[in-house]
Design a protein around this ligand. Structure first.
Ligand code: GUN
Ligand code: FE
Length: 455
C-alpha cells in the first residue's frame, strides 16, 4: 500500500537559479518505483509528521545522518572514455600534434574489445565514484566497442549518452585510424544508434545514442551532412567539438569561410539536443545561434588551460541565454572529477576578469564582468547539464530523477575543516564544493538505484 518505494530524510542542496542555491533542510524525499522524485515534504508541510510516521519504521526509509548531505549527481557534458587510458600524461603538445601523436594511436587500440572493456569499465566506475551520474561520452570510431561502452553504462547503472565517433577526412586523420569512407561511417553510425536504442528499452536509467562527428577538420562535407540527417531521422543527441583552439577555429574558417557554429548549423547539426565542447572562440552571432537553436556549450576549463589558448567567456555567453554545462574532457583535462572542473571554471573566470599580465595597468589587464561565482559553477554541474541534454536531471525537485550523491563531511581520512558547530549551511556548501574528495562521496544513486557505496 506504500506510495513510495523509498523515502530519505535528509538535508540537501540544489540550484534554484544560476545565482542561488536552495537548501532543503530536514526534508522527506519521496521516490517512486521509476526512480523519480514524486514529492519533497518540507518540515512546515501539514502532513510531514504523518508521512514520517508512515515510513520511519519501514525498510523503505533512510535517515541521512548529521554530517552527511545530499547533492544532485553531476553531469559530465564532455568526456572521451577511451582517453581515460592516457589521463594525466602527454599534455605537452598543441592540440593537433597531441591528437596525431598520442590520441589517435591510443584510440586505434579500441578495435580490441578486451582492451576496450578494461578501460571502459574503469572509467564508468571512476566517474560514479566521483559523483558523476550522467555522462556524455565520445567512444572511438569502432562500432562494437562503442556499443560495449553503452552496455557497461547500462550494467553499472550510469546514465550514459554514447557516441561512435565519425572521422573520415583523409587529410586530418591517420590511415590507421579513420572511417573507411562516408558510406561505412554512416552505416556504422545507424547500426550503432539502433543497437543503443534497443539496449535502452531494458535500462532503467536510460542509455542514449549520440551522433558524433569528431570535429569539422576530421569530417568530410558528406559525412557531416549524412550525420545531420541521421540525427533528425532518429531524434538523437548530437555532440562535437567547436571553435576550441586558434588552430581548430582558423582551420574551419579557411575551409568554409565561416565559423564552426554556422557551418555545423548548415549541416543540420545544431538543435536542442546538441552539445558542443569548448566553444571558446564563438562570436556574438555564433552565441546567438546557440541560444536560438537551443544548442549547449560543454565548458571544459581544465582542458582549455592546455589546448584552447584562451578562457571561455562563460559569463558572457550565459547572459546571452546559451545553455552551459561542464565537461572533464578526459584526457585533454586530466581529472575525472567535476568538482575539480568546477573549481577550475571559477578560477579561470577570475583570471579572465582580472587579466594575467602584471606588466599591464590593472584597468587594461582583463575582461570585465567575466567572473562566475561558485553557485553558478554548481548550476553548470547539475541543472545546466540537465537542461543542455533536455533530460529531467540535475535538480532535487518533483518530477526529476533521483540522481544523488551523499557527501560525508566527517570521513576520518578526508574530514572537512569544520570547527564551529553552528556553521551556516551556505558556508558548508561552499566548503563541500571546494574541498570534497572522492573519499567523501559515500553513496551515489542513479534513477533511485544505489550504484556506488563506500559504506
Ligand atoms: N578536437 C578533436 N578531437 C579532440 C579531442 O579528442 N580532444 C580535444 N580536446 N579536442 C579535440
Ligand atoms: Fe574533447
Amino acid at each position: 500500500m506504500t506510495r513510495y518505494t523509498q523515502v530519505f530524510l535528509a538535508t540537501a542542496f540544489t540550484s534554484r537559479s544560476k545565482q542561488d542555491i536552495e537548501i532543503l533542510q530536514d526534508c522527506l524525499f519521496c521516490i517512486n518505483e521509476q526512480g523519480m522524485i514524486a514529492r519533497i515534504v518540507r518540515p512546515e508541510d501539514l502532513d510531514y509528521t504523518a508521512v514520517l510516521a508512515e515510513y520511519e519504521q519501514t525498510d523503505h526509509f533512510q535517515r541521512i545522518e548529521k554530517g552527511s548531505y545530499l547533492l544532485p549527481g553531476f553531469v559530465d557534458l564532455h568526456i572521451h572514455a577511451s582517453q581515460w587510458a592516457q589521463a594525466g600524461t602527454a599534455l605537452d603538445l598543441p592540440l593537433n600534434e597531441w591528437l596525431n601523436k598520442y590520441t589517435f594511436p591510443l584510440e586505434e587500440r579500441f578495435s580490441d574489445l578486451a582492451y576496450a572493456q578494461l578501460v571502459y569499465e574503469d572509467v564508468v566506475q571512476t566517474l560514479l565514484a566521483n559523483g558523476t551520474t550522467t555522462a556524455l561520452y565520445f567512444a572511438t570510431i569502432h562500432k562494437e566497442a562503442s556499443i560495449l561502452l553503452a552496455n557497461i553504462c547500462a550494467e553499472k547503472g550510469q546514465r550514459g549518452l554514447v557516441g561512435k565517433v565519425v572521422m573520415d577526412h583523409p587529410d586530418e586523420t591517420s590511415p590507421h585510424y579513420r572511417d573507411m569512407n562516408v558510406q561505412t561511417a554512416l552505416e556504422d553510425t545507424e547500426e550503432f544508434i539502433l543497437a543503443v536504442k534497443e539496449l535502452s528499452k531494458t535500462t532503467k536509467q536510460g542509455v542514449y545514442p549520440v551522433v558524433t562527428p569528431r570535429f569539422i577538420p576530421s569530417c568530410t562535407d558528406e559525412s557531416l551532412h549524412g550525420l545531420g540527417e541521421l540525427a533528425q531521422k532518429y531524434d538523437t543527441h548530437i555532440q562535437s567539438h567547436c571553435s576550441e583552439s586558434d588552430w581548430a577555429h582558423k582551420h574551419v574558417q579557411k575551409r568554409f569561410g565561416k565559423n564552426d557554429t554556422q557551418a555545423l548549423n548548415d549541416f543540420g547539426l545544431l538543435q536542442d539536443k546538441t552539445v558542443l565542447a569548448h566553444c571558446n572562440f564563438l562570436s556574438d552571432e555564433d552565441a546567438a545561434l546557440f541560444a536560438e537553436t537551443g544548442s549547449a556549450i560543454a565548458h571544459c576549463p581544465i582542458s582549455n588551460a592546455y589546448f584552447a589558448n584562451s578562457v571561455l567567456p562563460a559569463a558572457r555567453f550565459a547572459s546571452m541565454g546559451v545553455d552551459i554545462g561542464l565537461g572533464s574532457d578526459i584526457a585533454g583535462g586530466f581529472s575525472p572529477s567535476l568538482y575539480d572542473n568546477a573549481r577550475q571554471a571559477v578560477m579561470s573566470s577570475r583570471m579572465l576578469e582580472d587579466g594575467v599580465d602584471p606588466s599591464l595597468p590593472a584597468d587594461e589587464r582583463g575582461v570585465s564582468d567575466s567572473r562566475i561565482a561558485l553557485n553558478e559553477a554548481f548550476y553548470y554541474l547539475t541543472a545546466g547539464g540537465g537542461e543542455s541534454l533536455s533530460l529531467p536531471i540535475g535538480r532535487l525537485e518533483e518530477g526529476y530523477a533521483w540522481d544523488v550523491q551523499r557527501i560525508n563531511t566527517l570521513v576520518p581520512t578526508a574530514r572537512l575543516p569544520l570547527f564551529d558547530n553552528e556553521i551556516e549551511l551556505t558556508d558548508l556548501f561552499q566548503k563541500m564544493l571546494y574541498l570534497v574528495r572522492p573519499e567523501n562521496i559515500q553513496d551515489v544513486w542513479v534513477q533511485g538505484e544505489l550504484v556506488h557505496s563506500r559504506r
